[in-house]
Ligand binder design. Sequence first.
Ligand SMILES: [Fe+2]
Length: 164
Amino acid sequence: MKDEQVRELLYQALETEIGGVQIYTTALRCAENEELKEEWEEYLEQTKNHVTIMEDVLTKLDLDPNEETPGRKVVRHIGESLVESMEMALQEGQPGAAQLVACEAVVLAETKDHQNWHLIGEVAKKVKGVVSTSSPRPMSSARKASRMASVPFATPIAWVVCES
Ligand SMILES: [Fe+2]
């Protein structure tokens, strides 16, 4: 992977986490199931922590966390669309419907998040750095609540330690 692609990946990862905070915040307004609410509150906190981690990683690499990149714009747009889809469902006011839309939004957001961290792990193996990840836990209450084929999975906890 070229340096430029690694930079882009890191910026996209940051933007994914920023969007994740918005997505979980909105998803919590859609959640009716108590267990689901508890889990999403936990993942919201984790995602806020991931924003800080990504900002730190960029800063340590002498990259400005506020820099705009083409990929970042796309990631932001998708995140905003997921938030909008939940707002639409909330406005319809049908019991349970917004929760289902929120489950789907969380699955989509976490899929991108998961891909980012996987790629960051691959990159870190090739550069000076240490990465450890824990495998995501299944979200059993989400599965129960959503009764969907695809269910949200937990945010993987990954750490990138950059050596200068
Ligand atoms: Fe995350």
